[in-house]
Write a protein that binds this ligand. Structure first.
Ligand SMILES: Nc1ncnc2c1ncn2[C@@H]1O[C@H](COP(=O)(O)OP(=O)(O)OP(=O)(O)O)[C@@H](O)[C@H]1O
Length: 260
């Protein structure tokens, strides 16, 4: 009997997962023997989750993250972002999707070295169609939030590693992406920088940001609410770290609103 027939309120529909992968496969084919980096991965990430992907070097963690962000193409399997099938997308459609809905931070920040901090953060907003004023306002808000007020006119090379990673975070978050992907975001930082990145990721997560983070660092992983152990291209373990799933309306509606 349904809830309705029983007289109770109908169950709320499950929000679409932010990420859903089925049988995702990627083999790198270079000079030598092919490397089966991702071997048939099934994965669902729900709105508001903070998922850490850990595992030994070469396990395929970064490749998996790159597939989810459309930075590499799978050879097989299917992938949905916010309910939309994306593994068939060509680069131009991926670029639009990433701009609007997926923020990415890398170990080595990847800031544009000849643009100021302010321009690095505003650029993705402008590319996504924000007005110059809206881009400036979002940039100012984020830089203040990330403790970078007063550094707007600095060039990336004048900043510490920790500061550069905070600018990279601001750039990744400026379009309020439904999904934040982070590949070893503290991998090149000292312990102070690591703590800072961890604190900021946790804060954004508390506000509903969905995050998938690749990390070697057990302390980083322990900030997540779900830890996936990746081994030899497959998910070896998938553990919830208590606290359950968190859902915040912003993340859900944003991802369901994906339009091109
Ligand atoms: N572009 C590429 N061409 C060829 N082989 C690749 C390429 N990218 C990754 N690989 C290989 O695929 C395997 C998985 O690499 P990947 O970087 O995804 O692993 P990882 O778990 O993230 O490792 P690490 O923690 O060391 O970064 C490794 O054997 C790696 O050498």
């Amino acid at each position: 009997m349904s809830d309705d027939a029983a007289g109770g309120a109908p169950a709320a529909p499950e929000p679409a997962p932010i990420v859903r992968a089925e049988g995702l496969t990627k083999t790198h084919r270079g000079e030598g023997a092919p490397v089966h980096a991702v071997r048939g991965v099934d994965l669902t990430v729900r709105p508001g989750e903070f998922v850490a992907v850990t595992g030994p070097s070469g396990a395929g963690k970064s490749t998996l993250l790159h597939l989810i962000g459309g930075l590499q193409r799978p050879d097989g399997g299917r992938l949905w972002i916010g309910g939309q099938r994306v593994d068939t997308f060509r680069e131009a459609r991926w670029a639009v999707l990433r701009r609007r809905s997926i923020g990415v931070v890398f170990q080595f920040f990847n800031l544009v070295s000849n643009l100021t901090v302010a321009d690095n953060v505003e650029l993705p907003a402008l590319l996504a169609g924000a007005s110059p004023k809206a881009a400036r306002d979002s940039r100012a808000e984020l830089l203040a939030e990330l403790g970078l007020e007063g550094r707007e006119r600095a060039m990336p090379g004048e900043l510490s590693g920790g500061e550069q990673q905070r600018v990279a975070l601001a750039r990744a978050l400026v379009n309020h992406p439904a999904l934040l992907l982070a590949d070893e975001p503290a991998g090149s930082l000292d312990s102070k920088g690591t703590r800072e990145v961890l604190r900021l990721l946790s804060r954004f997560h508390q506000r509903g940001q969905t995050i998938v983070m690749v990390t070697h660092d057990a302390r980083m992983a322990s900030a997540a609410d779900r830890v996936i152990s990746f081994f030899d291209g497959r998910i070896a373990d998938d553990a919830q770290l208590g606290g359950g799933r968190r859902e915040k309306p912003g993340g859900v509606s944003r991802v369901l609103d994906l339009k091109e």
